[in-house]
Ligand binder design. Structure first.
Ligand code: SF4
Length: 745
């Protein structure tokens, strides 16, 4: 037990279940304190905003939130929301949104920030917060934070739900204070004339280790005061009732003893208050799952629909809102609306437009939809986070539908998700030309970036794909392009060219720049091609197979000429166009060989070494060999201890070694002295003067994979030769100049 200290001002929170009489108790306590000479400020923290009504003699005063709506809080004047009530008591109501919309907790936070900013409380010696106690979000817990309440009173009657709410408040306090810090000043019993009322509250108080500091009798005097719109302290007579509040005021002014919050379990509370038998609590399903998972050596399973796996809990790579928006903007004729603050939309736009900018600056490829996606934002303000943003959003969606895009896709962010804005209700605004599709990504709440992409794709498929589309024999779909890959467009151009040469066409890209109509006709294609075999893509493949009976090419989009030739042959088997495929492969291979031969002078006879984390590098080795290079060594950093998959070629495997340290790589490279080391992990420090390059982690697909890589190596080796000739004639710093000219001149 601690004694209350006397900071300036002394701040007291009065918590209680809605309707339990905490406003009446607060107002009468404020009045008694003011009568005893204190300068009191009472702040009502209930969206009903009637805490101070008795003090203001019935006047409903403007709430802080209503006043701040649409105003700059820094320039606002607190005098507009502060009223002087009975006994000179300062009266403020925080206010809140209409029931069922917005976020009342956020409203309280806003009101408190405003009062702090303007130093309103400093003019008073004592502040009483009258707080709704059966709402348990963080906003309503603000007065409990240590920077606010010095002491907390719990108002309860003998009703079970009132005691239950008081116990819940103790839980909230313990979350802030832990088991030892003492700030609970005790229980105020506000009687309702129930059987065994005092006994119930006393048993709870004793079990929680708290005193009952005031016993407010059931009395008609309170109704009379209500009717007179006065505090009871202002009425004549009522000696017994007044004495309770005067006594409580003296108790506060003396500095009441404080106790740590020691809430009871639900079972113990029920047993104490209702006298039911105490049963040992059943093990919770979730805890059981955790225990089972722990016994199996893994983390607890993730809830369905969340990112992560039973084996690991990976970090979040961006939020679900970001992922969903990045996927949705690939519907080129849709309008995507982010129901979010503008910062979320800006950050997402940066992400979406990044590959478009790179393609424009580095390759001269203009992708208008990437540079300037059809992406709008509801631009949620602080007021909408408090009062709800559906009104403005509904108007924006109606206006968007009137423009007749292929679809309007609305994606929720953390903010709109937390306050419960119901974006699904907007689907009623759909017209025959323009469906409205809600994607409740809710920012980070429902998972990470990948989960956002996955959920958005599932929703778009479910809403748009026409299950009755007639199959057509000459087309394929491409599925699972990386949402922001640099190589999507060049790959799709190559794929279209090859398909066209075989008399085929690309039907739909799920989802890389497709129209709503193309997605509707997704099932026209009898075969689908997976862009890559990432875990997300494999899951998408399985989902499409199960959901729509889709068939897939057994191999994903290939990398390198040899793999592409084999892949095209398999594709031709399916579509019955073998001869065209053979002719095409012969032409492409001839072009490839001609390009390689042109690079031979720079590459032939050079030794290559590389390190990898067990990626398949056969295409890379194949290109090097075609150019006459020698493979010296491959170091595999196989951290995941998976079966070796770098190559299927025995000659390559003969020079492959699993390594576990950079030291071993250094040792090997120093002994081998390769002309070029390809590595993403251990680089230039391996040997002085060593020429290094990266292993392409996301190479171009199809026949075009190898040539840009060989060209780059040839350029590096030629530069190196030139540098060697320049050594002694000014030094290597000149290369910086060369690089500068290359990129910025
Ligand atoms: S995590 Fe939430 S707040 Fe942050 S960008 Fe995503 S939606 Fe916005």
């Amino acid at each position: 037990m601690e004694k209350i200290k006397t900071p300036q001002p002394l701040e007291i929170a009065v918590y209680g279940k809605g309707g339990i009489g905490k406003s009446t108790v607060s107002a009468n306590l404020s009045a008694a304190l003011a009568m005893a000479g204190s300068r009191v400020l009472q702040i009502g923290c209930d969206p009903k905003h009637d805490s101070t009504r008795l003090l203001t003699h019935g006047e409903l005063i403007p709430t802080v939130l209503d006043y701040l709506r649409g105003r700059d809080a820094a320039a606002a004047d607190p005098a507009e929301v502060l009223r002087e009530g009975a006994f000179g008591i300062g009266c403020i109501e925080a206010g809140g949104p209409r029931p069922g919309v917005g976020c009342a907790g956020r409203g309280i936070i806003t009101a408190f920030e405003f009062l702090d900013r303007h130093g309103v409380k400093e003019r008073y010696g004592l502040v009483i917060y009258d707080v709704l106690g059966d709402v348990v979000c963080g906003g309503f817990a603000v007065p409990v934070r240590r920077e606010y309440a010095d002491a907390i009173f719990l108002v309860t009657s003998g009703e079970y739900m009132a005691i239950y709410a008081a116990n819940n408040i103790l839980r909230g306090i313990r979350n802030f204070d832990g088991d030892e810090h003492a700030r609970v000043a005790g229980i105020i019993l506000n009687r309702r004339s129930l059987t065994d009322e005092e006994g119930r509250v006393r048993r709870f108080a004793e079990a929680a280790g708290l005193p009952i500091v005031a016993d407010v009798p059931r009395s008609d005097a309170f109704s009379q005061a209500e009717e007179a719109r006065r505090t009871l302290m202002e009425l004549p007579g009522c000696g017994e009732e007044k004495a309770v509040f005067s006594g409580l005021a003296q108790h506060v002014l003396r500095g009441p003893a404080l106790y740590p919050a020691r809430p009871l379990t639900d079972e113990a509370l029920e047993s104490l208050v209702l006298g039911t038998e105490l049963r040992p609590s059943a093990p919770k399903a979730r805890e059981t799952a955790k225990a089972v998972a722990a016994a199996a050596g893994s983390a607890a399973p993730q809830p369905a629909g969340k990112a992560g796996s039973a084996l690991s809990r990976p970090p979040l790579y961006g939020c679900a809102f970001n992922g969903a928006a990045t996927a949705a903007v690939h519907l080129t004729d849709a309008l995507v609306i982010a129901h979010s603050p503008r910062a979320c939309a800006f950050y997402t736009w940066q992400n979406i437009s990044s590959p478009g900018r790179k393609n424009l600056f580095n390759r001269g490829i203009l992708m208008p939809s990437a540079i300037s996606p059809h992406f709008e934002c509801s631009d949620m303000t602080h007021a909408e986070a408090v009062f709800g943003g559906m009104e403005k959003l509904r108007a924006q969606v109606s206006e968007a539908v009137a423009r007749k895009p292929g679809a309007v896709v609305v994606i929720s962010s953390c903010v709109s998700g937390i306050i419960g804005d119901d974006i699904r209700s907007l689907e009623a605004l759909s017209t025959p030309e323009t469906p409205v599709i809600a994607v409740p990504a809710d920012g980070d709440i429902t998972g990470d970036y990948s989960a956002g992409i996955r959920d958005c794709l599932h929703i778009l498929c479910e809403k748009l794909i026409d299950r009755d589309a007639k199959p057509e024999s000459d087309c394929v779909n491409l599925v699972g392009e990386l949402a922001i890959s640099y190589n999507n467009e060049p790959n799709v151009r190559s794929l279209r060219r090859l398909l066209e040469a075989m008399g085929l066409r690309l039907n739909c890209r799920l989802l890389g720049d497709a129209t709503c109509e193309e997605l509707r006709g997704f099932l026209k294609a009898p075969l689908n091609i997976l862009d890559s075999e990432s875990a997300d893509n494999l899951a998408l493949r399985d989902w499409l197979t199960e959901r729509y009976g889709c068939r897939f090419h057994p191999r994903p989009l290939p990398v390198g000429p040899a793999a592409t030739a084999a892949w095209l042959t398999e594709l031709a088997e399916f579509y019955g166009c073998r001869e065209r495929a053979e002719a095409l492969i012969a032409r492409e291979m001839a072009d490839y060989r001609a390009a390689v031969n042109a690079l031979r002078p720079a590459l032939e006879g050079k030794t290559l070494a590389l390190t990898t984390i067990n990626d398949d590098v056969d295409w890379l080795i194949g290109a090097a060999r075609d150019a006459g290079m020698r493979l010296g060594w491959i170091g595999v950093m196989n951290y995941l201890r998976t079966p070796l998959r770098v190559s299927r070629d025995p000659e390559v495997l003969a020079v492959t070694e699993e390594v576990s340290s950079a030291g071993r790589i250094r040792e090997k490279v120093q002994a081998l002295k390769p002309d070029l080391l390809l590595t993403n992990y251990a680089g230039g420090e391996a040997a002085e003067g060593l020429l290094t390059d990266a292993v392409p982690s996301s190479p171009l697909a199809l026949f075009g994979s190898a040539i840009p890589v060989l060209e780059r190596w040839a350029a590096l080796l030629r530069e190196r030769e030139k540098l060697g000739k320049r050594q002694g004639k000014g030094g290597a710093w000149r290369d910086d100049e060369a690089l500068f000219e290359k990129y910025f001149a």
